[in-house]
Design a protein around this ligand. Structure first.
Ligand SMILES: *[C@@H]1O[C@H](CO)[C@@H](O)[C@H](O)[C@H]1NC(C)=O
Ligand SMILES: *[C@@H]1O[C@H](CO)[C@@H](O)[C@H](O)[C@H]1NC(C)=O
Ligand SMILES: *[C@@H]1O[C@H](CO)[C@@H](O)[C@H](O)[C@H]1NC(C)=O
Ligand SMILES: *[C@@H]1O[C@H](CO)[C@@H](O)[C@H](O)[C@H]1NC(C)=O
Ligand SMILES: *[C@@H]1O[C@H](CO)[C@@H](O)[C@H](O)[C@H]1NC(C)=O
Ligand SMILES: *[C@@H]1O[C@H](CO)[C@@H](O)[C@H](O)[C@H]1NC(C)=O
Ligand SMILES: *[C@@H]1O[C@H](CO)[C@@H](O)[C@H](O)[C@H]1NC(C)=O
Length: 433
């Protein structure tokens, strides 16, 4: 579908404004009722210029497999292929029984783009593949805190549930004025706000402020496994080494209305949980993302997503497995051929290998990190995160129970003290039966 068609459709429907107001009362009443929990994943449309319907369907089926309900489609105004790719995404989602919604990226959109945003919502709010919440189409943003959703709601012939990203939870006090229905937080990593780097571990400090400031409005909480970026415009790591499990444990306690995983495919910031797709455009991030699979994090996320949706406080394990993650080099290594310095924040990291065991019963986990002595620990049922000091060489993992080895395997990458370019992304893998 092309933009021209979108504009015509919206112009023809400019007279239906009162509809969204008519449903406001009914919606407010429903806010109090118990609502289903949903899990979304942030998807960067800006790097899939040439995605085909089949590419979209593959990603959506992979996401569905672990219980993700919808992609939040991050769209920039400057990409000429945004309308084409949005149309393909909605079509693919309808074909595989998945859902999507638009997340307008206000690094590119502005408060003056009300008409364009309304056109998009008018086109997609009632689409069969649009994610609905309380009978209203979810729409979200990256930044764009001060955008007024009132005129967009008035100009769209379907109810909207606006969950803009707020950089400061206190801004939610003016949400009613801007016709927002809740907020999405981007603070999925330890930070003092913005892009400030602080020591870990991650806490729910920001979530607690959002929940308190939002009152009865919808809080969409971020879940992210990692953060490392190495461009000349941004070069840092957040201190979030145990985040892949710790964050979900926080979510199971917090029980937010909605969860958005950050992200499915942002290779540039190393927080992807989707497959490393060869059909994306490479902005240079292949230097640290290619050959660094994160797929096993989806195995880890699946039981957490199930537990979150069921309102349980801990995950239930059906298939025994262990998931490991570690960086390719110790933090202090000097890389020999990088045009950029080491990333900000690296001094706050530790040299650690992480293993999350997913077990039905107690067992003994043994980790041999390269040259370090083997470390054995007793681990319980459920998901247990263990860490050991990083050693150079092969990483080996095994789990035994009653004297019998039930899981055993080597990590897919050796840790070395030689490198050409700085890479604080992690290699993620699994050892399965
Ligand atoms: C939500 O909170 C606002 C402000 O405190 C209040 O006016 C409104 O009645 C509440 N709505 C519901 C459904 O609880
Ligand atoms: C916004 O709408 C105007 C007017 O229809 C159009 O010229 C422009 O290309 C649109 N911009 C975007 C980013 O869609
Ligand atoms: C709302 O607009 C869409 C897109 O133009 C159209 O397909 C749909 O029939 C309209 N619905 C109503 C209730 O007017
Ligand atoms: C997408 O396809 C066009 C046309 O073949 C090509 O010019 C462009 O470089 C491709 N973009 C990417 C990111 O591969
Ligand atoms: C350093 O990196 C550049 C750019 O990737 C490459 O062309 C060059 O061969 C590398 N030099 C060495 C000594 O590896
Ligand atoms: C598992 O270990 C915990 C403590 O380590 C212990 O309390 C529990 O009884 C053990 N369960 C079984 C089935 O052995
Ligand atoms: C490693 O595990 C220990 C013991 O649970 C914990 O105190 C420490 O914070 C962990 N290290 C990291 C870097 O997460």
């Amino acid at each position: 579908m092309h933009l021209q068609h979108l504009f015509k459709a919206a112009a023809a429907l400019a007279s239906v404004l009162p509809l969204s107001h008519a449903t406001t009362l009914a919606r407010s009443a429903r806010r109090q009722s118990a609502e289903s929990k949903y899990v979304f994943a942030h998807f960067m449309v800006g790097i899939v210029e040439n995605y085909t319907l089949a590419d979209w369907e593959t990603d959506m089926n992979t996401a569905k497999d672990i219980g993700i309900d919808a992609f939040a489609l991050n769209c920039a105004s400057i990409d000429k292929y945004t309308p084409t790719q949005l149309a393909l995404a909605y079509k693919a989602a309808a074909a595989v029984d998945f859902k999507v919604f638009i997340s307008f990226d206000f690094a590119y959109w502005s408060n003056g783009d009300t008409a364009n945003i309304t056109e998009y919502m008018q086109t997609y709010a009632g689409h069969p593949a649009q994610m609905q919440y309380n009978d209203a189409a979810i729409v979200s943003t990256f930044v764009g805190d001060s955008f007024d959703w009132g005129p967009v709601k008035a100009g769209t012939n379907h109810s909207l549930w606006a969950l803009p990203n707020l950089q400061d939870p206190a801004e939610s006090s003016t949400n009613t004025q801007r016709s927002a229905d809740g907020a999405f937080s981007w603070y999925g990593w330890p930070t003092d706000g913005g892009n400030s780097i602080i020591s870990g571990p991650m806490t729910t400090r920001w979530d607690d402020m959002f929940v308190s400031d939002l009152g009865n409005q919808t809080y969409m909480a971020p879940v992210s496994p990692w953060f490392f970026t190495h461009f000349n415009s941004k070069n840092w790591v957040f201190i979030c080494e145990n985040l892949p499990t710790l964050r979900w444990e926080q979510i199971l306690t917090l029980k937010p209305s909605l969860v958005e995983i950050v992200t499915w495919n942002d290779y540039g910031e190393s927080h992807y949980i989707g497959p490393y797709s060869e059909s994306h455009s490479d902005d240079g991030s292949s230097e640290w993302a290619k050959g660094f699979p994160h797929d096993a994090w989806r195995d880890l996320y699946k039981p957490y997503i199930q537990a979150y949706k069921a309102g349980e406080s801990s995950p239930t394990i059906d298939t025994e497995e262990l998931v490991y993650w570690y960086r390719p080099t110790p933090k202090d290594v000097t890389c020999t051929n990088d045009t950029l310095p080491a990333p900000n924040g690296r001094d706050l990291l530790s040299d650690t290998v992480f293993v999350a065991t997913m077990l039905k019963d107690n067992a003994t986990l043994t980790i041999t990190s390269g040259s370090e002595k083997p470390v054995s620990v007793e681990v319980g049922a459920g998901i247990v995160t263990t860490n050991v000091t990083m050693g150079l060489g092969t990483q080996s993992f095994s789990v035994s129970r009653n004297g019998e080895t039930i899981l055993s395997g080597d990590g897919g990458l050796k840790i070395t003290d030689e490198c050409e370019t700085y890479n604080y992304n992690v290699y993620v893998g699994a050892v399965k039966e």
